[in-house]
Design a protein around this ligand. Structure first.
Ligand SMILES: *[C@@H]1O[C@H](CO)[C@@H](O)[C@H](O)[C@H]1NC(C)=O
Ligand SMILES: *[C@@H]1O[C@H](CO)[C@@H](O)[C@H](O)[C@H]1NC(C)=O
Length: 251
């Protein structure tokens, strides 16, 4: 009986120890995660919700709902990236900068970049471009210095034809959850590499759920210098800044 009591106490202390440590570790992260997720709202008056709302850059952004494949949901990674851009405008100013978003999906990141003053090119696969164009136009009309471009970009395909390196120079490349949504990781690497000049900064928000995402990070680090800007374990999201290493790359 004594032995049983001992084990019960052991389990209780073990539990207390674990939960206490978890609190310490998670406090700041959870506060920030809550602050970021609060930026999403749904209209309360309507019975059937036809759009989702977001507050970023002092603006209300409405993304019409859709249930079709990719680009249908605004993944929290996009919100983390938007929140970072909004709260770090002094350090990373977007005004008058050339920005491209790859795998734009719903367009939230492109919309926020446009509102913050950037000249934005939002890109994705051809089948979601119609929706992307609609939602981007709807939310940037009369609000932005530069009207954003929406353009097809299939990773690794016809990059030089559609985005010739001599005439396109992007200051920033935005990517949210691109690894999660696509199986073509090598093509993604080729795309990043093509779009990058020496002074191009990549902002990349990423939800980690599978081993392949860690593998991609390892591979990515061979060619790019990676810096962790923000780690939100409670959302499983990391935000990275990356610049291309100053060496010739042959992929
Ligand atoms: C964006 O706009 C279109 C309208 O063309 C809409 O049908 C679609 O569901 C919207 N939302 C997303 C998340 O793509
Ligand atoms: C905006 O960006 C596009 C694509 O990079 C470029 O073609 C265009 O010249 C830019 N506009 C201005 C005013 O810089």
């Amino acid at each position: 009986r004594q032995e049983a009591l001992f084990y019960v106490l052991l389990v209780i202390f073990g539990f207390l120890f674990v939960s206490e440590n978890k609190d310490d570790y998670n406090d700041e992260d959870e506060e920030m995660a809550i602050e970021i997720m609060k930026r999403r709202f749904t209209p309360s008056v309507l019975k059937t919700v036809v759009w989702e709302g977001y507050y970023f850059a002092d603006c209300e952004i409405r993304i019409k709902e859709s249930t079709d494949c990719y680009g249908a949901v605004v993944w929290p990674s996009a919100m983390v990236l938007c929140h970072f851009l909004e709260t770090n405008q002094e350090k990373y100013t977007l005004t008058d900068r050339n920005v491209i978003e790859i795998g734009a999906g719903t367009g939230l990141v492109s919309i926020v970049c446009s509102i913050l003053g950037a000249n934005v090119t939002a890109t994705d696969l051809p089948d979601v471009l119609g929706n992307l164009q609609y939602n981007v136009s709807f939310n940037t009309k009369n609000r932005c210095k530069y009207f954003p471009n929406v353009k097809e970009l299939t990773w690794g395909k016809e990059l030089e034809k559609n985005f010739p390196r001599s005439s396109f120079h992007f200051d920033y490349i935005m990517a949210a959850d691109v690894v999660y949504s696509h199986p073509f990781l090598e093509e993604l690497l080729v795309t990043f590499n093509h779009l990058c000049h020496d002074d191009t900064i990549i902002f990349w928000a990423m939800r980690f759920r599978m081993e392949k995402e860690n593998k991609f990070v390892d591979r990515f680090q061979i060619f790019f210098d990676l810096e962790l800007l923000c780690d939100l374990p409670s959302l499983n999201i990391k935000l990275f800044k990356a610049v291309r290493k100053k060496q010739e790359i042959s992929l």
